[in-house]
Design a protein around this ligand. Structure first.
Ligand SMILES: [Fe+2]
Ligand SMILES: [Fe+2]
Length: 228
């Protein structure tokens, strides 16, 4: 795939609810959703965990026990498969969704009246900007959410990394701040803020970051690295 700038892409959406696949990572994908004054009614995902990652705006996630999580800029939350939830965007909200490509969304039409206080397991949200400033190091790569047999990682890259490939997994790069250049055998790709690029499995690449660069990675949990 070519790199896609998410900020440019989302501006083209002006319907109350838009959702497209930005890139495929093995049998999973990264989706872009744009919602404005819209509700995605009670539902669950039968076959997949789902990570919501808000880029702009505010997404309210409601659970059956009355628990509400408000996701703001650079907040992320994993919703395990089967957990019934509802999302609400009062203002224009742009978010990414990390999940299995073939997933069945099952709507639960009568879930509007639910018992409050029943127990449902809800994770704490994780914010990329807070994570980035709390880790004043040049290099870090931390698994933040497991998504089925895949994972979402927050990372800080600085300087040059060795040329390598991942023989058994695609690897999505989403640059959150600053920029990284990927040296490939065919040339170079520079990824700036809000660019997404999926490195195909087996493809040699050497990341070079001039400054301390914040990146979200999405890949298989069993992703192996072969140094060149
Ligand atoms: Fe959902
Ligand atoms: Fe890599």
């Amino acid at each position: 795939m070519d790199k896609i700038n998410i900020s440019i892409k989302e501006k083209a959406f002006n319907r109350p609810h838009s959702n497209i696949i930005l890139g495929k990572v093995n049998d999973h994908c990264v989706r872009l959703a744009v919602n404005e004054k819209s509700t995605f009614d009670w539902h669950n995902h039968k076959d997949s965990d789902e990570v919501l990652f808000v880029l702009n705006g505010e997404l309210e996630v409601q659970f059956l026990n009355g628990h509400i999580v408000i996701l703001e800029k650079l907040d992320s939350l994993m919703i395990p498969k089967g957990i019934i939830h509802k999302t609400l965007a009062k203002k224009r909200t742009v978010n990414l969704c990390f999940e299995k490509t073939e997933d069945s969304t099952v709507f639960q039409p009568r879930m509007g009246k639910v018992k409050k206080g029943s127990s449902v397991f809800v994770f704490d949200k994780k914010n990329f900007a807070r994570w980035f400033s709390a880790n004043s190091v040049k290099h870090k790569n931390e698994l933040i959410w497991e998504v089925n047999d895949h994972c979402l990682r927050f990372a800080i890259n600085s300087g040059e990394y060795q040329m390598h490939n991942h023989p058994n997994s695609d690897e999505a790069f989403i640059v959150i701040n600053n920029s990284v250049t990927l040296r490939l055998e065919s040339g170079e790709i520079r990824l700036n803020e809000m660019d997404i690029f999926v490195m195909t499995k087996g493809m040699n690449h050497k990341p070079i970051a001039q400054n301390r660069t914040g990146i979200v990675f999405f890949e298989s949990k069993s992703c192996e690295t072969t140094m060149k």
